[in-house]
Design a protein. Structure first.
Length: 349
C-alpha cells in the first residue's frame, strides 16, 4: 500500500472551478489526473495547460477515461454537482477498489433519483436524503471516505490567496493522507472526525448565502447581514440535528468559516444568485445564464420538505424558498424576518 501511495498520482473528478482549483493545489505536491467528460476541456488542458482564462499547472493531465484515472490514482477527489454525483459514482464504480481513498468536495445532498422537477413537492426524510460520502459507499467498493469543507472560494484559491479548509473523515489515515496531498504554505488543512457535521454544514450554508446575496443586492447594511447569518446558523444547526448531527462542526471552520466566506462574497455562486434575484431577475433567467449550479437553490427545495417531515421551525429557509420559487416579494420577506418574534439568542450549546 505504501508503495502504491508513493508512486500513484492524485485524481480529481470534475473540471469545474473548484475541481480545477483543487487540481492545481494538488499539483504543488505531485502529479494530477483531472477527469472531464468534455473533449474540448481535455484537449485544451493537455495541449496548452490553458482553458479560457484558466491556467493549469504543468503537472495536471486531463482525461475522459474513468478506468485510466482509477488505475493511476490511489487518492481521488470527486468534485461534481450534487444532482449528478450518484450518476458519476456509477460511472466510476466498476473501476474503484477498496484500497482507494475518496475525499469529495461537493456541498449538497443526494435525493436518490427523485426528479428535479418534483423535488420541492416530494416527501423527504433522512432515508431519502444522503450525503456524498454515503453515496460513495453505497455505489462503490470504496470504504475510506472523507469530505473537503470550509471557506473554499475557488477564485481566491486560484489566485493563491491564503485560506484554510477541513478534511473530515471517520478514518485518521484519510485525514492524514489528504492533508499531505493538499497542504501548502497558503492552504492549511485542519482535520475532523465529524464527517456528517462537516457535510451538512457545507450544504446548508448555501441557502443562507442566497439570502445574504439578496440583502447585498438591495444595498442593505452589514448589521442586517450579520443578523441573517447569526439566525441562519441557528437554522443550520437545527436542521443538522434533525438529520443526526450535533453542533460542533457548525461552529468551526466547516460551519461558521464557510458560512462567512460564502455569504459575504460576490465570488460565491450562491451569494451572486441572491444579488441577481434582488436586482429583478427571475429564477429561470438566472439559471439559464449561471455557469455552474448554485447548490443553495436545490438545497432550499430539500430543506423545505425536511422541515415538513421533522416539523422544523426555520423561518429564514421557509421565506427564502418562497422568494426563490414562489415569487414572494422580497421587501415583504425582509419585513417579515425583521419583525419575526425571536425570543432566545443562543439555544443550541
Amino acid at each position: 500500500m505504501e508503495k502504491l501511495l508513493g508512486t500513484s498520482k492524485y485524481g480529481v473528478i470534475g473540471a469545474g472551478s473548484f475541481g480545477t482549483a483543487i487540481a492545481n493545489l494538488l499539483a504543488l505536491n505531485g502529479d494530477v489526473i483531472l477527469f472531464s467528460r468534455n473533449p474540448t476541456t481535455v484537449n485544451g488542458i493537455n495541449e496548452n495547460h490553458l482553458l479560457g482564462d484558466t491556467l493549469y499547472h504543468p503537472r495536471v493531465e486531463a482525461t475522459s477515461d474513468p478506468e485510466y484515472l482509477c488505475q493511476s490514482c490511489f487518492l481521488i477527489f470527486p468534485i461534481v454537482p450534487s444532482n449528478s454525483f450518484r450518476a458519476m459514482m456509477r460511472t466510476f464504480s466498476p473501476h474503484l477498489r477498496p484500497y482507494h481513498l475518496m475525499i469529495h468536495g461537493t456541498k449538497g445532498f443526494d435525493t436518490r433519483g427523485i426528479p428535479e422537477a418534483t423535488l420541492g413537492d416530494t416527501f423527504l426524510d433522512r432515508s431519502r436524503v444522503r450525503t456524498m460520502s454515503e453515496v460513495i459507499t453505497q455505489e462503490s467498493a470504496v470504504l475510506r471516505v472523507g469530505c473537503l469543507s470550509g471557506p473554499n472560494l475557488s477564485s481566491e484559491i486560484a489566485m493563491g490567496q491564503p485560506t484554510a479548509t477541513v478534511i473530515a473523515s471517520h478514518f485518521e489515515e484519510v485525514v492524514r493522507i489528504g492533508r499531505e496531498a493538499l497542504n501548502s504554505p497558503k492552504f492549511h488543512v485542519f482535520g475532523s472526525e465529524d464527517l456528517l457535521g462537516a457535510e451538512l454544514s457545507g450544504a446548508l450554508k448555501n441557502t443562507i448565502a442566497i439570502g445574504s446575496g439578496i440583502l447585498g443586492g438591495l444595498g442593505m447594511g452589514k448589521n442586517l447581514q450579520a443578523m441573517l447569518l447569526t439566525r441562519g446558523l441557528h437554522e443550520m444547526i437545527h436542521i443538522g440535528r434533525a438529520l443526526g448531527s450535533d453542533s460542533r462542526a457548525f461552529i468551526g471552520t466547516a460551519g461558521i468559516g464557510d458560512l462567512i466566506a460564502t455569504a459575504m462574497s460576490e465570488k460565491s455562486r450562491n451569494y451572486s444568485f441572491g444579488m441577481r434575484l434582488a436586482k429583478g431577475e427571475t429564477y429561470d433567467e438566472i439559471m439559464k445564464t449561471i455557469p455552474e449550479l448554485a447548490e443553495g437553490t436545490r438545497t432550499l427545495k430539500i430543506v423545505k420538505q425536511l422541515s415538513k417531515t421533522y416539523k422544523l421551525h426555520i423561518p429564514i429557509s421557509t421565506i427564502l424558498h418562497r422568494v426563490v420559487f414562489e415569487n414572494f416579494p422580497i421587501d415583504k420577506a425582509i419585513d417579515f424576518l425583521i419583525r419575526y418574534p425571536y425570543d432566545i439568542d443562543v439555544d443550541f450549546l
